[in-house]
Each structure stands twice: as C-alpha cells, then as structure tokens.
Ligand binder design. Structure first.
Ligand SMILES: [Zn+2]
Length: 283
C-alpha cells in the first residue's frame, strides 16, 4: 500500500480548465508492483506524487488526463492514468523514459528524487475534449429541467465512447415518443449553446451549499461537515462537481442526443459531441 504521509495534492485544474502546465515539486515516486500496473507494457510502472497537479484524476464519470512530467535533468515521465488515493493524494501513474545506453535496464532508470522541481504538462486537446464531454452532461441536465421532465440525475459517464447520463424516473407518456424527446432535448441544448451562459464556480461551506442547491441538505449529505463544497453552475444550473468544465455553454460546440432508454425506474440518455468544437482562445 502506498504511504500516505504526504500533504493533500493541490488541484490546480479546479480553478482553470485551460491551465495545461505548471511547475511543482516531487513528493514521492512509488514503484507499482507489476501485478497491479495498468496496461501490458514491460517498462517499470510508477506512481508519482507531486505537491500540486494539473492532472484531473479519473472520477465522477470523467476519465483521467494524460501527459508527462519533465525533470530538470531531462528525464521524462509519461502519465497514462491518474487516480486519487487516501487523504485526497493524487497519484500519476506511468513510465519513465530517458536516454538509456544499450545495456541499461529500464528497471534501473533513476527516477525523480523527492524535492526535485518538475514541470507537469497535460495533453491539452484531451483536456478540452473531456471538459466539453463532461459539461455536455450538465447541459443535458438543464435541457431536462427546461422540458419539465421529472428526472433526477444520478450518474454520468463522460468518456468519449457513448457518453450518457442516468436519471431516476420514467418519461411521462404525454411527452411523446423517445424520437420526439431526442429532438426536443437536442434543441434545448442548442438553445443553451446559443445563450452563451458563463460557467461559474463556488467553493463554500456545506451549510451554504445546501442553501444554494435545489435538493437542499440531501444534495450535500455525503460531504463531511467541515468540507468546503465545490459547486459549479453550467447553463445556470448549480450542482456539486469536481470535474473540468468549459467556460461558457458556447464552447460546447455541437451536442446531439442519440438515444433514450428507460429500464425499471432509470432513464439513460446518451449523447455525442461534434468533433473539434469551439476551442477557447488562450489569452
Ligand atoms: Zn461537472
């Protein structure tokens, strides 16, 4: 088990989706036993802990960022998976790669040392894609609300392959066939995109968060009492969320509802986003 004596990782992506690289300090480099390492590569696999990060870990229905961590000595660590461990410490998993002599064994690569300054860089295109995919799920929630559907979002899957949101509740019979609803939801999301509604972020106490949310204390029941709750407003709808979001609904680009399926009391709505989308100009 990894040691957990490091401070909680500072998540720089929480305040800026478009922050793609930062400098930080190595806190630990932990070898990952081969039997638990992801993938089938033969290079030694490590879990890297830094004081701060721009990498979003997998969670909340959103995949992890990928990218690299570069040391001052030219050693590069390629990150292919990011997870949250105990005490909210973020582990960047991947492999080291640097110039090796012919006889040098990969297992003997000298990794970073604790205290070393490094540069963390994420794959920017993938970050923008994930922010759009994830924010489109929020936009779908708003479209559901605007159509007056009595569906409560319970679970999101914002990966590139078949993203969807699951809602508790069934579709009312008087709202017509699912084909008509697919069209109506797509139009509502298009309206949101044209309205160009800015995304807003709040970090607040659990009590204040409860007062801002439509579900009141039920919406924050799972947070510890002393927690600072991160709220996000996408398309004017506030909910607790730790994901990365576009700056405004305009940046969603094209979003299309593809499928609605109800099973028992769960309605799953699938969507897709256009390739490319509106890319933010970095000032
Ligand atoms: Zn979110």
């Amino acid at each position: 088990m990894p040691a957990t004596s490091y401070p909680t990782t500072q998540r720089r992506y929480l305040n800026d989706t478009y922050l793609y690289d930062i400098s930080s300090t190595i806190l630990a480099v932990e070898p990952v036993p081969p039997d638990t390492s992801a993938g089938s590569n033969k290079m030694p696999y490590f879990g890297l802990v830094t004081a701060e990060t721009v990498f979003h870990p997998q969670g909340g229905g959103q995949p992890s960022d990928v990218g690299r961590v570069v040391g001052e000595n030219g050693v590069t660590f390629f990150v292919d998976n990011v997870r949250v461990g105990e005490n909210a410490i973020i582990y960047h998993y991947g492999i080291f790669k640097h110039e090796m002599s012919e006889n040098e064994d990969g297992a003997r690569c000298v990794p970073f040392r604790a205290g070393e300054k490094v540069k963390l860089e994420i794959d920017a295109a993938r970050r923008r894609l994930h922010a759009r995919l994830h924010s489109a799920g929020h936009a779908l929630d708003v479209a559901v609300l605007r159509l007056g559907l009595e569906l409560r979002p319970t679970k999101g899957y914002h990966f590139e392959d078949h993203p969807s949101v699951e809602y508790q509740g069934k579709l009312p019979a008087d709202k017509g066939s699912s084909e008509r609803l697919i069209e109506a939801l797509t139009l509502k999301i298009q309206e949101l995109i044209e309205e160009d509604i800015a995304t807003e972020l709040y970090s607040t106490s659990k009590a204040e968060a409860a007062s801002m949310l439509s579900g009141g204390v039920n919406d924050v029941a799972h947070f510890p009492e002393e927690a600072q709750v991160r709220l996000v407003s996408v398309g004017g709808n506030i909910c607790p969320c730790g994901g990365t979001h576009v700056k405004s609904t305009k940046e969603l680009g094209g979003v299309e509802i593809t499928r609605i399926k109800t099973k028992k009391n769960v309605t799953k709505i699938s969507y897709r986003i256009s390739k490319g989308g509106k890319e933010t100009q970095i000032s």
